[in-house]
Design a protein around this ligand. Structure first.
Ligand SMILES: [Zn+2]
Length: 104
């Protein structure tokens, strides 16, 4: 009975972690593709003195960086012990803190 409960808990943690991992992929894609594009457009706008475009791009840049920060600080955590993963631990199979299994 107790063993079954534990298994169930592990299953829930794995499910939750899967969602975090999916979000991680999206955030990584944004940072890899969107950020350089914004920076290049920003330079173009700056060079040509497109004031309106420059303002929109700056806001966009702040929004993208904020989303990344919020994700890494508050969402990318262990679903079991809520510990924040180190930025070097990209895709852990086990939580380095509570040692719970995060993937099958
Ligand atoms: Zn943990």
């Amino acid at each position: 009975m107790d063993n079954k409960k534990e298994e169930n808990h592990e299953e829930i943690v794995i499910q939750k972690y899967k969602k975090i991992e999916n979000m991680n992929t999206v955030v990584m894609a944004i940072s890899i593709f969107l950020l350089p594009i914004i920076v290049i457009l920003l330079l173009i706008a700056e060079f040509n003195q497109f004031e309106n475009m420059l303002m929109i791009l700056k806001i966009l840049l702040i929004v993208v960086i904020s989303v990344m920060m919020i994700f890494f600080l508050f969402i990318r955590r262990c679903p079991n012990c809520r510990a924040r993963f180190d930025k070097y631990v990209l895709s852990p199979t086990y939580c380095p803190f509570c040692r719970i299994r995060l993937k099958k």
